[in-house]
Write a protein that binds this ligand. Structure first.
Ligand code: DCP
Ligand code: CA
Ligand code: CA
Length: 368
Protein backbone atom coordinates (compact mmCIF):
# COMPACT_ATOMS: atom_id res chain seq x y z
CA UNK A 1 0.00 0.00 0.00
CA UNK A 2 1.32 3.41 -0.88
CA UNK A 3 0.80 6.29 1.53
CA UNK A 4 2.27 9.32 3.26
CA UNK A 5 5.75 9.00 4.70
CA UNK A 6 4.40 8.87 8.21
CA UNK A 7 1.39 6.69 8.83
CA UNK A 8 -1.54 8.59 10.31
CA UNK A 9 -3.41 7.13 13.27
CA UNK A 10 -7.04 8.22 13.37
CA UNK A 11 -9.60 7.22 15.99
CA UNK A 12 -13.31 7.49 15.28
CA UNK A 13 -15.55 7.55 18.35
CA UNK A 14 -19.30 6.89 18.21
CA UNK A 15 -21.34 6.77 21.42
CA UNK A 16 -23.59 3.74 21.71
CA UNK A 17 -27.38 4.31 21.48
CA UNK A 18 -26.62 7.83 22.62
CA UNK A 19 -29.92 9.49 23.58
CA UNK A 20 -31.28 6.26 25.07
CA UNK A 21 -28.03 5.64 26.93
CA UNK A 22 -28.18 9.10 28.53
CA UNK A 23 -31.75 8.39 29.63
CA UNK A 24 -30.64 5.06 31.12
CA UNK A 25 -27.97 6.85 33.10
CA UNK A 26 -30.47 9.35 34.39
CA UNK A 27 -32.82 6.55 35.43
CA UNK A 28 -30.88 3.34 36.08
CA UNK A 29 -34.09 1.47 36.90
CA UNK A 30 -34.90 1.57 33.15
CA UNK A 31 -31.73 -0.15 32.01
CA UNK A 32 -33.18 -3.65 31.75
CA UNK A 33 -36.27 -2.55 29.83
CA UNK A 34 -36.69 -1.79 26.15
CA UNK A 35 -36.17 1.97 26.05
CA UNK A 36 -37.17 4.26 23.21
CA UNK A 37 -36.44 7.98 22.96
CA UNK A 38 -39.00 9.73 20.76
CA UNK A 39 -39.45 13.00 18.98
CA UNK A 40 -43.18 13.66 19.30
CA UNK A 41 -44.68 15.78 16.54
CA UNK A 42 -47.58 16.86 18.74
CA UNK A 43 -50.26 16.13 16.16
CA UNK A 44 -51.66 13.23 18.17
CA UNK A 45 -50.30 11.90 21.49
CA UNK A 46 -48.46 9.10 19.70
CA UNK A 47 -47.41 10.71 16.42
CA UNK A 48 -43.75 11.21 15.79
CA UNK A 49 -40.64 9.13 15.22
CA UNK A 50 -38.15 7.09 17.17
CA UNK A 51 -34.92 8.95 17.75
CA UNK A 52 -32.86 6.34 19.61
CA UNK A 53 -33.50 2.90 21.09
CA UNK A 54 -31.46 0.80 23.52
CA UNK A 55 -30.18 -2.58 22.35
CA UNK A 56 -33.00 -4.48 24.03
CA UNK A 57 -35.59 -2.45 22.11
CA UNK A 58 -33.57 -2.98 18.92
CA UNK A 59 -33.78 -6.73 19.35
CA UNK A 60 -37.53 -6.32 18.66
CA UNK A 61 -36.81 -4.51 15.40
CA UNK A 62 -37.12 -0.95 16.70
CA UNK A 63 -34.71 1.60 15.21
CA UNK A 64 -34.27 5.32 14.69
CA UNK A 65 -36.62 6.87 12.17
CA UNK A 66 -39.58 4.48 12.46
CA UNK A 67 -42.96 5.85 13.63
CA UNK A 68 -43.59 5.68 17.37
CA UNK A 69 -46.83 3.77 16.69
CA UNK A 70 -44.85 1.04 14.94
CA UNK A 71 -42.43 0.77 17.83
CA UNK A 72 -45.37 0.43 20.21
CA UNK A 73 -46.68 -2.51 18.20
CA UNK A 74 -43.30 -4.22 18.07
CA UNK A 75 -42.48 -3.89 21.78
CA UNK A 76 -43.88 -5.63 24.87
CA UNK A 77 -45.83 -3.82 27.62
CA UNK A 78 -42.70 -3.31 29.69
CA UNK A 79 -41.20 -0.94 27.10
CA UNK A 80 -40.59 2.66 28.13
CA UNK A 81 -41.11 5.62 25.77
CA UNK A 82 -39.50 8.92 26.64
CA UNK A 83 -39.53 12.31 24.93
CA UNK A 84 -36.14 13.50 23.65
CA UNK A 85 -34.42 16.04 25.88
CA UNK A 86 -32.08 17.70 23.42
CA UNK A 87 -30.54 20.17 25.84
CA UNK A 88 -29.49 17.39 28.15
CA UNK A 89 -27.91 15.40 25.31
CA UNK A 90 -26.06 18.48 24.11
CA UNK A 91 -24.77 19.10 27.58
CA UNK A 92 -23.51 15.52 27.86
CA UNK A 93 -22.07 15.70 24.35
CA UNK A 94 -20.06 18.77 25.34
CA UNK A 95 -18.58 16.89 28.26
CA UNK A 96 -17.74 13.92 26.09
CA UNK A 97 -16.01 16.05 23.45
CA UNK A 98 -13.94 17.86 26.08
CA UNK A 99 -12.68 14.54 27.43
CA UNK A 100 -11.97 13.18 23.94
CA UNK A 101 -10.02 16.34 23.15
CA UNK A 102 -7.61 15.55 25.95
CA UNK A 103 -6.54 12.41 24.12
CA UNK A 104 -6.01 13.92 20.68
CA UNK A 105 -3.60 16.10 18.74
CA UNK A 106 -6.71 17.45 17.06
CA UNK A 107 -10.39 16.64 17.06
CA UNK A 108 -13.26 17.07 14.64
CA UNK A 109 -16.78 16.88 16.00
CA UNK A 110 -18.74 14.97 13.40
CA UNK A 111 -22.14 15.06 15.09
CA UNK A 112 -23.68 15.19 18.53
CA UNK A 113 -22.28 11.73 19.34
CA UNK A 114 -19.33 11.25 17.00
CA UNK A 115 -15.84 12.63 16.71
CA UNK A 116 -12.70 11.96 14.71
CA UNK A 117 -9.45 12.22 16.60
CA UNK A 118 -6.02 12.52 15.08
CA UNK A 119 -3.81 10.73 17.59
CA UNK A 120 -0.75 10.29 15.33
CA UNK A 121 1.53 12.46 17.45
CA UNK A 122 0.21 11.16 20.75
CA UNK A 123 1.12 7.59 19.87
CA UNK A 124 4.02 8.39 17.53
CA UNK A 125 2.34 6.54 14.70
CA UNK A 126 2.28 3.30 16.69
CA UNK A 127 -0.95 1.26 16.51
CA UNK A 128 -0.15 -0.74 19.65
CA UNK A 129 0.18 2.46 21.61
CA UNK A 130 -3.06 3.63 20.00
CA UNK A 131 -4.76 0.55 21.41
CA UNK A 132 -3.60 1.50 24.91
CA UNK A 133 -4.57 5.13 24.53
CA UNK A 134 -8.06 4.31 23.29
CA UNK A 135 -8.58 1.76 26.04
CA UNK A 136 -7.84 4.33 28.69
CA UNK A 137 -9.99 6.90 26.89
CA UNK A 138 -12.91 4.47 26.91
CA UNK A 139 -12.37 3.76 30.59
CA UNK A 140 -12.26 7.46 31.31
CA UNK A 141 -15.58 8.08 29.53
CA UNK A 142 -17.08 5.20 31.43
CA UNK A 143 -15.61 6.31 34.74
CA UNK A 144 -16.36 10.04 34.61
CA UNK A 145 -19.59 10.06 32.65
CA UNK A 146 -20.80 6.46 32.76
CA UNK A 147 -20.95 6.33 28.96
CA UNK A 148 -20.14 3.50 26.59
CA UNK A 149 -18.87 4.11 23.10
CA UNK A 150 -17.38 2.26 20.18
CA UNK A 151 -14.06 3.27 18.71
CA UNK A 152 -12.32 2.40 15.48
CA UNK A 153 -8.65 3.11 14.88
CA UNK A 154 -7.19 3.12 11.39
CA UNK A 155 -4.86 5.04 9.08
CA UNK A 156 -7.70 7.31 7.92
CA UNK A 157 -11.10 8.55 9.00
CA UNK A 158 -13.30 6.51 6.64
CA UNK A 159 -11.71 3.20 7.66
CA UNK A 160 -11.76 4.26 11.33
CA UNK A 161 -15.48 5.00 11.11
CA UNK A 162 -16.19 1.63 9.52
CA UNK A 163 -14.10 -0.04 12.22
CA UNK A 164 -16.12 1.73 14.91
CA UNK A 165 -19.40 0.70 13.23
CA UNK A 166 -18.41 -2.96 13.05
CA UNK A 167 -17.33 -3.03 16.69
CA UNK A 168 -20.63 -1.81 18.19
CA UNK A 169 -21.60 -1.87 21.00
CA UNK A 170 -18.88 -0.96 23.51
CA UNK A 171 -16.26 -2.00 20.97
CA UNK A 172 -12.71 -1.22 20.08
CA UNK A 173 -11.40 -2.24 16.67
CA UNK A 174 -7.92 -1.55 15.42
CA UNK A 175 -7.27 -1.79 11.69
CA UNK A 176 -3.55 -1.60 11.06
CA UNK A 177 -2.28 -0.32 7.69
CA UNK A 178 -1.51 -3.84 6.47
CA UNK A 179 -5.02 -5.03 7.47
CA UNK A 180 -7.00 -2.33 5.67
CA UNK A 181 -7.63 -4.31 2.46
CA UNK A 182 -8.82 -7.50 4.14
CA UNK A 183 -10.94 -5.51 6.59
CA UNK A 184 -12.73 -3.50 3.90
CA UNK A 185 -13.19 -6.09 1.17
CA UNK A 186 -16.11 -8.13 2.61
CA UNK A 187 -18.11 -5.19 4.02
CA UNK A 188 -21.44 -4.37 2.40
CA UNK A 189 -21.00 -1.45 0.02
CA UNK A 190 -23.90 0.45 1.63
CA UNK A 191 -21.84 0.78 4.81
CA UNK A 192 -19.31 3.05 3.10
CA UNK A 193 -19.95 6.70 4.06
CA UNK A 194 -21.36 8.43 1.00
CA UNK A 195 -23.14 5.39 -0.39
CA UNK A 196 -26.84 5.97 0.20
CA UNK A 197 -29.79 3.77 -0.71
CA UNK A 198 -30.04 5.12 -4.25
CA UNK A 199 -26.37 4.78 -5.14
CA UNK A 200 -26.32 1.40 -3.39
CA UNK A 201 -29.06 0.17 -5.74
CA UNK A 202 -27.30 1.44 -8.85
CA UNK A 203 -24.08 -0.24 -7.74
CA UNK A 204 -25.90 -3.50 -7.03
CA UNK A 205 -27.20 -3.45 -10.61
CA UNK A 206 -23.61 -3.48 -11.88
CA UNK A 207 -22.82 -6.37 -9.53
CA UNK A 208 -21.13 -4.33 -6.80
CA UNK A 209 -22.17 -5.73 -3.43
CA UNK A 210 -19.13 -5.25 -1.23
CA UNK A 211 -16.60 -2.52 -0.66
CA UNK A 212 -14.06 -4.87 -2.24
CA UNK A 213 -16.19 -5.03 -5.41
CA UNK A 214 -16.29 -1.23 -5.44
CA UNK A 215 -12.53 -0.98 -5.05
CA UNK A 216 -12.13 -3.17 -8.14
CA UNK A 217 -14.74 -1.43 -10.30
CA UNK A 218 -13.11 0.36 -13.27
CA UNK A 219 -13.09 4.09 -12.58
CA UNK A 220 -14.82 4.81 -15.94
CA UNK A 221 -17.78 2.66 -14.92
CA UNK A 222 -17.92 4.37 -11.55
CA UNK A 223 -17.82 7.84 -13.13
CA UNK A 224 -20.75 6.79 -15.30
CA UNK A 225 -22.77 5.92 -12.21
CA UNK A 226 -21.72 8.53 -9.69
CA UNK A 227 -20.16 11.44 -11.59
CA UNK A 228 -16.45 12.19 -11.62
CA UNK A 229 -16.05 13.99 -8.30
CA UNK A 230 -17.93 11.42 -6.28
CA UNK A 231 -16.31 8.56 -8.19
CA UNK A 232 -12.83 9.62 -7.14
CA UNK A 233 -13.83 9.75 -3.49
CA UNK A 234 -15.63 6.40 -3.71
CA UNK A 235 -12.72 4.68 -5.39
CA UNK A 236 -10.16 5.97 -2.89
CA UNK A 237 -12.45 5.34 0.10
CA UNK A 238 -13.17 1.77 -1.03
CA UNK A 239 -9.43 1.17 -1.38
CA UNK A 240 -8.90 2.54 2.13
CA UNK A 241 -6.81 5.40 0.79
CA UNK A 242 -9.02 8.46 1.28
CA UNK A 243 -6.99 10.82 3.46
CA UNK A 244 -8.44 13.83 5.27
CA UNK A 245 -6.96 16.33 7.64
CA UNK A 246 -8.50 16.43 11.10
CA UNK A 247 -7.81 20.04 11.88
CA UNK A 248 -9.34 21.16 15.18
CA UNK A 249 -6.53 22.29 17.43
CA UNK A 250 -6.07 22.90 21.10
CA UNK A 251 -5.61 26.65 21.49
CA UNK A 252 -3.45 28.50 23.98
CA UNK A 253 -5.15 31.91 23.99
CA UNK A 254 -7.02 33.28 26.97
CA UNK A 255 -10.29 35.08 27.15
CA UNK A 256 -10.91 37.20 30.22
CA UNK A 257 -13.01 40.03 31.58
CA UNK A 258 -12.93 41.82 34.90
CA UNK A 259 -15.37 44.39 36.22
CA UNK A 260 -15.63 46.81 39.13
CA UNK A 261 -18.73 46.07 41.15
CA UNK A 262 -21.36 48.77 41.64
CA UNK A 263 -20.51 48.63 45.34
CA UNK A 264 -18.06 46.65 47.44
CA UNK A 265 -19.69 43.53 48.83
CA UNK A 266 -19.21 40.11 50.43
CA UNK A 267 -22.48 38.76 49.12
CA UNK A 268 -22.22 35.96 46.55
CA UNK A 269 -25.58 36.71 44.93
CA UNK A 270 -24.69 40.34 44.49
CA UNK A 271 -21.41 39.49 42.76
CA UNK A 272 -23.07 36.84 40.60
CA UNK A 273 -25.80 39.24 39.47
CA UNK A 274 -23.17 41.49 37.90
CA UNK A 275 -20.79 38.78 36.79
CA UNK A 276 -23.25 36.45 35.07
CA UNK A 277 -24.03 38.64 32.05
CA UNK A 278 -20.32 39.18 31.50
CA UNK A 279 -19.65 35.45 31.67
CA UNK A 280 -22.51 34.85 29.24
CA UNK A 281 -21.09 37.32 26.71
CA UNK A 282 -17.61 35.94 26.95
CA UNK A 283 -18.83 32.38 26.56
CA UNK A 284 -20.87 33.38 23.52
CA UNK A 285 -17.74 34.88 21.96
CA UNK A 286 -15.87 31.65 22.56
CA UNK A 287 -18.59 29.59 20.94
CA UNK A 288 -18.61 31.89 17.89
CA UNK A 289 -14.90 31.23 17.45
CA UNK A 290 -15.56 27.51 17.74
CA UNK A 291 -13.76 27.31 21.06
CA UNK A 292 -14.53 25.48 24.27
CA UNK A 293 -12.65 26.33 27.43
CA UNK A 294 -11.52 23.59 29.76
CA UNK A 295 -10.19 25.77 32.55
CA UNK A 296 -11.97 28.53 34.42
CA UNK A 297 -10.12 31.21 36.38
CA UNK A 298 -11.77 33.42 38.97
CA UNK A 299 -10.10 36.73 39.67
CA UNK A 300 -11.01 38.79 42.73
CA UNK A 301 -9.67 42.12 43.92
CA UNK A 302 -10.66 43.08 47.44
CA UNK A 303 -11.42 46.53 48.83
CA UNK A 304 -7.89 46.41 50.29
CA UNK A 305 -6.67 45.82 46.74
CA UNK A 306 -5.50 42.33 47.48
CA UNK A 307 -5.68 39.99 44.47
CA UNK A 308 -7.01 36.47 44.82
CA UNK A 309 -7.21 33.97 41.98
CA UNK A 310 -8.63 30.49 41.73
CA UNK A 311 -8.57 27.98 38.89
CA UNK A 312 -10.68 25.03 38.11
CA UNK A 313 -11.12 22.49 35.34
CA UNK A 314 -14.62 22.72 33.93
CA UNK A 315 -16.93 20.93 31.64
CA UNK A 316 -17.52 23.14 28.66
CA UNK A 317 -21.04 24.40 29.24
CA UNK A 318 -22.24 27.81 30.32
CA UNK A 319 -24.32 26.33 33.09
CA UNK A 320 -21.32 24.51 34.49
CA UNK A 321 -19.23 27.67 34.28
CA UNK A 322 -21.76 29.70 36.27
CA UNK A 323 -22.14 26.94 38.83
CA UNK A 324 -18.39 26.75 39.30
CA UNK A 325 -17.93 30.51 39.58
CA UNK A 326 -20.55 30.55 42.30
CA UNK A 327 -18.90 27.64 44.11
CA UNK A 328 -15.46 29.21 43.93
CA UNK A 329 -16.83 32.49 45.26
CA UNK A 330 -18.66 30.79 48.09
CA UNK A 331 -15.56 28.84 49.11
CA UNK A 332 -13.43 31.96 48.94
CA UNK A 333 -15.78 33.95 51.16
CA UNK A 334 -16.12 31.08 53.60
CA UNK A 335 -12.34 30.84 53.86
CA UNK A 336 -11.90 34.57 54.42
CA UNK A 337 -14.92 35.84 56.33
CA UNK A 338 -13.66 39.44 56.38
CA UNK A 339 -13.30 39.68 52.64
CA UNK A 340 -14.92 42.60 50.85
CA UNK A 341 -14.93 42.29 47.07
CA UNK A 342 -14.31 45.31 44.89
CA UNK A 343 -13.64 43.81 41.46
CA UNK A 344 -14.46 40.38 40.05
CA UNK A 345 -13.61 38.68 36.80
CA UNK A 346 -13.29 35.42 34.97
CA UNK A 347 -10.71 34.05 32.61
CA UNK A 348 -11.03 31.06 30.34
CA UNK A 349 -8.07 29.08 29.09
CA UNK A 350 -6.97 25.71 27.76
CA UNK A 351 -9.15 25.73 24.71
CA UNK A 352 -10.35 23.00 22.51
CA UNK A 353 -10.89 24.15 18.96
CA UNK A 354 -13.97 22.50 17.58
CA UNK A 355 -13.94 22.08 13.84
CA UNK A 356 -16.51 20.51 11.57
CA UNK A 357 -19.53 21.41 13.56
CA UNK A 358 -18.72 24.62 15.37
CA UNK A 359 -21.74 24.51 17.61
CA UNK A 360 -23.89 21.63 18.64
CA UNK A 361 -26.93 23.89 18.49
CA UNK A 362 -26.65 23.85 14.73
CA UNK A 363 -26.85 20.07 14.79
CA UNK A 364 -30.18 20.17 16.61
CA UNK A 365 -31.52 22.98 14.49
CA UNK A 366 -30.81 20.95 11.36
CA UNK A 367 -32.01 17.63 12.63
CA UNK A 368 -35.10 18.25 14.68
N1 DCP B 1 -30.77 10.44 15.95
C1 DCP B 1 -32.06 10.85 15.69
N2 DCP B 1 -32.73 10.41 14.57
C2 DCP B 1 -32.13 9.55 13.71
C3 DCP B 1 -30.82 9.10 13.96
C4 DCP B 1 -30.16 9.56 15.10
O1 DCP B 1 -32.62 11.63 16.46
N3 DCP B 1 -32.79 9.11 12.63
C5 DCP B 1 -30.10 10.90 17.18
C6 DCP B 1 -30.39 9.93 18.32
C7 DCP B 1 -29.15 9.13 18.47
C8 DCP B 1 -28.07 10.09 18.01
O2 DCP B 1 -28.69 10.94 17.04
O3 DCP B 1 -28.96 8.67 19.80
C9 DCP B 1 -26.86 9.40 17.42
O4 DCP B 1 -27.23 8.68 16.26
P1 DCP B 1 -26.63 7.25 15.91
O5 DCP B 1 -26.98 6.96 14.51
O6 DCP B 1 -25.20 7.21 16.28
O7 DCP B 1 -27.49 6.24 16.80
P2 DCP B 1 -27.36 5.79 18.30
O8 DCP B 1 -26.25 6.49 18.99
O9 DCP B 1 -28.69 5.94 18.93
O10 DCP B 1 -27.06 4.25 18.17
P3 DCP B 1 -25.71 3.46 17.81
O11 DCP B 1 -25.38 2.65 19.02
O12 DCP B 1 -26.05 2.59 16.66
O13 DCP B 1 -24.67 4.46 17.48
CA1 CA C 1 -23.58 8.33 15.40
CA1 CA D 1 -24.11 6.54 18.19
Amino acid sequence: MQGPSRQHVIAFVDLDYFFAQVEELERPELADKPLVVCVYSGRTPTSGVVSSANYLARSYGVKAGIPIIRAMKLLPESAVFLPARMQLYQEVSGRVMAILGEYADSIRIESIDEASLDITGRVEGDFSRAHHLVRSMKERLRGSLGLKCSVGVAPNRVVAKLAADTSKPDGLKIVRPEEVDTFLAPLEVGKLPGVGVKLGKMLAETGVKTIGDLANLPIETLIGIAGSKRAIYLKLAAQGRFEERISGRVERRQYSRILTLKRDTSDVDEVMAELEPVIGELWERLLKSGLRARVLGLHIITSQLKTITRQKAIHPSLEDVKKNVRELLTELIAAEPDIVIRRAGVRFSSFLKMSGQSSLTSFTANNH
